[in-house]
Ligand binder design. Structure first.
Ligand code: SF4
Length: 348
């Protein structure tokens, strides 16, 4: 067992037999503005993901969750830049691949469902083109149209779209948000990828459609033993689908662990604040907001980025930045005062 780190490992003996799919080491992505001022959007991101596991990434808007997904796939364009770190996919260092080799992986071995319901969909192309494109691009021989059509119809049926043949002829604007989202998942899974990255797959959807999409993802995960990164800002969505959970704040992972530990014993004051600010079935009075706002990435506070908002802050917190340390088995927290902070009483 690795207990603490320069980079985090959630390895324990029980995971020793599992296939390591993704390893992110000290990933740093910055954005430059016109004045060349660096925005440190991602700072020192580390995690490992094993075959069949889902890592849920939670955090408020603007903390770098989507940029993390794009960084893993090396889809960051100027003024963004991957400043450092490594990403290993099934043992291969992705950042050392040439563009052609990376293109062979994207959409084949690694699928991406982009944020918002029509994100990544060409309004001028029908669903046969959209969903069939990953297959066409990665096929060894140019597939004939009828073959693509048959595969697309089958794929649309797998994500429970009614009348998949008719749907394959439609355009994005002719379908509901939920239908578009299912098409995007079908497209991302077209080549049976090993890893699926789903960025906010149920945000902006009404409750019943969101439930359908969550059931679909759970189903796909079980059927294909999919490894997933699921990005969301909804505690319930993450709890239901994830094996591990990472909390991001101001460009860093500030707490990460197995889902039970994270929900029943959150230790970072920001993570606890998320729970206190979220509705619960159990009556517990008024919700308690986290004071203040997320810091501007141009001028993150010194020390712990959360210290101006933290009720437990001490002088050291504003000077030295804490790194993730093991609090309990497979549960790491970046806080100087982990041992002093009262336990959060879960009420769900
Ligand atoms: S390190 Fe200090 S400021 Fe940061 S979360 Fe812990 S107690 Fe709060």
């Amino acid at each position: 067992m690795v207990k603490s780190f320069g980079w985090i490992s959630l390895v324990d003996d029980s995971k020793a037999e599992k296939e390591l799919i993704l390893e992110v080491k000290d990933l740093r992505t910055y954005i430059y503005d016109e004045d060349e001022i660096v925005l440190k959007i991602l700072e020192g991101i580390n995690f490992k993901l094993y075959k069949g596991e889902t890592l849920g990434i939670l955090g408020p808007s603007g903390v770098g969750k989507s940029l993390l997904a794009l960084s893993i796939l090396k889809l960051i364009k100027w003024p963004g830049k991957i400043e450092g770190g490594e990403v290993f996919f099934k043992g291969t260092n992705l950042f050392k691949l040439d563009e052609e080799s990376f293109d062979d992986l994207r959409g084949k071995e690694i699928g991406l469902v982009m944020q918002n319901t029509t994100g990544g969909m060409d309004p001028l192309r029908d669903m046969t083109y959209t969903t069939g494109q990953p297959y066409k691009v990665h096929a060894e021989d140019e597939p004939v149209k009828a073959e693509i059509k048959a595969l697309v119809v089958s794929q649309l049926g797998k994500v429970s779209l009614p009348q998949p043949t008719e749907t394959s002829d439609k355009y994005a604007h002719q379908m509901s948000g939920g239908e578009n989202q299912r098409v995007k998942i079908a497209t991302a899974l077209m080549n049976n990828p090993t890893l699926l990255i789903a960025d906010e797959p149920v945000s902006n959807l009404d409750t019943t459609v969101a439930r359908m999409i969550m059931n679909l993802l759970a189903d796909m995960k079980e059927k294909f033993n999919l490894t997933m990164i699921l990005i969301a800002h909804n505690l319930g969505v993450i709890a239901e689908l994830s094996d591990k959970v990472a909390i991001m704040y101001a460009g860093k992972i500030i707490e990460i662990g197995d889902v039970e530990a994270m929900y029943y014993n959150p230790r970072h004051p920001f993570t606890q604040g998320l729970f206190f600010a979220s509705p619960s079935i159990a009556p517990r009075g008024k919700l308690k907001p986290i004071p203040g706002v997320e810091p501007d990435p141009r001028k993150y506070p010194t020390g712990c980025h959360f210290h101006p908002r933290c009720e437990y802050a001490i002088e050291k917190c504003s000077i030295d930045q804490p790194s993730l340390e093991e609090n309990e088995k497979n549960h790491f927290v970046a806080c100087w005062r982990t041992k002093d902070i009262p336990k959060y009483e879960a009420d769900f």
